[in-house]
Design a protein around this ligand. Structure first.
Ligand code: GLN
Ligand code: ZN
Length: 745
């Protein structure tokens, strides 16, 4: 039984790559030093994977920033605006922008938290293998070979590359990147020939797009591309890897009609793959690389399940090899670095290094050389939580009119009320206090005092600027998910569990490992303190159940829907306690509602039903007079407009400054009738919007929405901004609201 993995984290066990790249950006090290660190990381990884006992080791999984960007550079699809630059400068300009040259757009890699840089293509794009014999996959293959390690270069497949691309702004209407398939495939043909010349035995072509809903032209594109590539007279053997779900049956048939030798199938996220394989007649003369170890989550593998899948596969495939379900890019590097996780949780975990060992161990166990490891223990059930949830079935608030009346009486706000999304700038002083507190050099009382001073300053500033609904500023929160995870039972934070989110940005998702409950209030003391300083309403600030799940590693032994309800119940209790403490407005952020949307449209309704249900469970215990807000920040609302309406929040704020308020009408058409706060300026840059610009946005919004429903706010939290621009922007926002109000009277 041969074993392999589809990819490995590239950042290094101690985030060495992140720090080296950031040093390079800051001019602290030169390109040579950066390349040396990178080569060291690659060499260490290859040796580690070989020594762990894998039969096939992947290469070209390294990237200075992103593997899609690497591909764009490799095939020379570099937009003209970067052509004046070269080398690493050009590469990083495409990733991050320079002075007047904006970066490529960044978006999420399928339904993961990894972000890639979107290629911009046009009919004028002329693909070519930019570095010829020194192309990155060839160079990395030879680099490993020089170290005595035979590897399998990993490429993004041509069909997925084009499906992930967008038409450049100046491309004619009707152009689709897939139109460029034949030219791109010729570059891949040259690359495969060069890899064969260098000695590569196998090449892995990643085609995760084939698990989603495919545009009509895609299946034919798959057949044409792989017919050409597999028909090359001199080439390595080809492994086409799909992952993140079950492969589309027609795409699989198209691939099988070519002479491609290997098929990577995800048997964790793609439980339907065995059925697809059976229904399409199997791959009896090919190799199936069976992804049995979850590359997306941190749990130890269920060896019995792997064994059962393997038994079925044996009847459907010529040869079976074992692998991870997808690249291990999405999990932290090494569990050995964790010292503070509870033992019963740690026992159930495997990070990238442990998952490699699991693939090897399962390979041996399936050969019956080793006995099967003991089945995984399951976390103990919290019977209280489960009993309460069993009773809370139909959770909804009373009708809209009653709420509007009660809230008007309770809050007494002007028309076009002004507010912010929650966080205020996270200053160096705040970060320092948090770090000192964590290190034990600042005691609890001193830390609390520092945070209170910060809150008092933020409240005073908002009063002085004239904002109507205040926030406490979230100074005490390290992160909007981790803060709550640290306060909920059933959740654990890791010390070093870093995962690449994009470029050098890494996140440390907490691990939701058991039934969730709230031992004590989580935010009440801070909110109550803030409210004690002002007569204006202070908005309580919570992170919603879907976002808590989306930005964590979640348990895989029960449906997400069930886990979401447990988180929702804890939030429901928190909302009750906030109300009792005199908080009259409470925002439940759901910025990840769009993000967890399943890849296939047929799965959308079921997801949205539980996602909306969890939000309503969290918020429906609130009194009529308590105003519930929610916030989400992205502009692609299409598939979830109806769900936003169903959340039934009293006020919804969204990122709209950049999409010019159009979506207000869309939301209304989807049945949304409550308050709405389209972001009137973009907080993602330090630019200060002037009064007339905000006024114009408000007037445009008023063409689509009743003045009684319109709120005035920035498009997201202010934590990444500095104070000077924040103050100036908020003053202009308040002045714009005043002017538009005056014109309404
Ligand atoms: N309340 C959060 C903040 O203001 C919301 C962050 C977000 O939308 N991602 O920072
Ligand atoms: Zn936001």
């Amino acid at each position: 039984m041969r074993t392999t993995i589809l990819g490995y984290p590239r950042i290094g066990a101690r985030r060495e790559l992140k720090f080296a790249v950031e040093d390079y950006w800051a001019g602290r090290i030169g390109a040579d030093a950066l390349e040396k660190t990178a080569a060291g990381l690659r060499a260490g990884m290859w040796a580690e994977l070989r020594d762990a006992g894998l039969d096939a080791v992947p290469s070209n999984t390294f990237s200075y920033y992103d593997q899609v960007l690497d591909t764009t550079v490799m095939v020379d699809a570099v937009p003209d605006r970067y052509r004046a630059l070269s080398g690493l400068d050009r590469y990083f300009a495409m990733a991050r922008g320079v002075q007047d040259v904006p970066a490529l757009e960044m978006t999420k890699w399928f339904d993961t938290n990894y972000h890639y840089l979107v290629p911009e293509l046009a009919p004028t794009t002329r693909f070519r293998l930019a570095d010829g014999a020194r192309a990155k996959p060839v160079a990395e293959y030879l680099e490993a070979k020089a170290l005595g390690i035979e590897t399998r270069p990993v490429l993004i497949g041509p069909v997925t590359y084009l499906l992930l691309s967008k038409a450049a702004a100046d491309a004619p209407a009707g152009f689709a990147p897939l139109d460029l398939l034949d030219g791109l495939v010729e570059v891949y043909a040259e690359l495969l020939e060069r890899l064969a010349g260098a000695g590569a035995q196998w090449v892995q072509l990643d085609e995760p797009s084939l698990v989603g809903d495919l545009p009509p032209a895609a299946v034919e594109a798959v057949e044409r591309a792989y017919h050409r590539l597999a028909g090359l007279p001199s080439r390595p053997r080809l492994l086409v890897a799909t992952y993140f779900g079950a492969v589309d049956a027609d795409a699989l048939k198209a691939l099988a009609s070519t002479r491609v030798e290997g098929f990577g199938l995800d048997l964790v996220a793609g439980t339907g793959n065995l059925d697809v394989l059976a229904s399409t007649g199997g791959l009896r003369d090919r190799t199936v690389v069976a992804g049995v170890v979850d590359g997306r989550n941190v749990w130890r593998a269920d060896v019995r399940r792997a064994k059962a899948a393997y038994a079925v596969l044996l009847g459907l495939a010529g040869r079976v090899e074992l692998s991870t379900s997808c690249s291990l890019l999405h999990v932290p590097v090494d569990l050995a670095a964790e010292h503070d996780l509870p033992g019963n949780v740690r026992d159930r975990l495997a990070f990238a290094r442990q998952k490699v060992a699991e693939v090897v161990a399962i390979g041996k166990a399936l050969k019956e050389e080793d006995p099967l490891p003991a089945p995984l223990s399951t976390p103990p059930a919290d019977t209280d939580v489960r009993a309460r949830l069993a009773e809370l079935t139909d959770a909804r608030r009373s009708d809209r009119e009653a709420r509007v009346r009660a809230q008007r009486a309770a809050l007494g706000l002007p028309v076009l009320p002004t507010t912010t999304i929650g966080s205020f700038p996270q200053t160096d002083a705040i970060r320092r206090a948090r770090a000192e507190h964590k290190a034990g050099r600042l005691d609890d009382a001193a830390y609390e005092q520092a945070m209170k001073e910060e809150i008092a300053r933020v409240i005073e500033l908002q009063e002085e600027i004239g904002i109507d609904v205040l926030v406490h500023g979230e100074a005490e929160r390290n992160d909007m998910v981790q803060y709550f995870a640290e306060r909920l039972d059933g959740y654990a934070a890791t010390g070093h569990g870093w995962v690449q989110s994009y470029g050098t940005r890494c996140v440390r998702p907490p691990i939701l490992h058991g039934d969730v409950s709230r031992p004590r209030p989580m935010t009440v003391a801070w909110a109550q303190y803030a409210q004690s300083l002002t007569d204006r309403p202070v908005k309580g600030m919570l992170t919603g159940p879907v976002t808590m799940l989306a930005w964590s590693f979640v348990r895989d032994d029960q449906p997400l829907a069930e886990t979401a309800r447990q988180v929702a119940l804890a939030l429901r209790d928190e909302i009750r306690d906030l109300e009792e403490a005199g908080i009259r407005v409470i925002q439940v952020d759901e910025p990840a509602l769009r993000e967890l949307l399943p890849l296939r449209a047929t799965d959308h309704a079921a997801y949205l039903e539980w996602a909306v249900g969890a939000f309503r469970l969290a918020t429906s215990g609130a009194a009529d007079g308590t105003q519930i807000h929610t916030h989400m920040c992205y502009s692609e609302f299409g598939a979830i407009l109806g769900a936003i309406a169903d959340l039934d929040a009293d006020v919804t704020s969204v990122e709209a400054a950049r999409s010019r308020m159009e979506f207000i009408a869309d939301l209304r058409d989807a049945g949304y009738v409550n308050g709405i706060g389209p972001g009137v300026y973009d907080i993602h840059s330090p630019r200060v919007p002037d009064v007339t610009e905000v006024e114009e946005n408000l007037r445009r919004a008023l063409q689509a929405v009743d003045p009684a429903l319109l709120w005035v706010n920035p498009d997201c939290g202010l934590k990444t901004r500095a104070y000077p621009e924040t103050e100036a922007s908020l003053r202009n926002l308040v002045e714009a609201a005043r002017r538009v109000r005056a014109a309404l009277n």
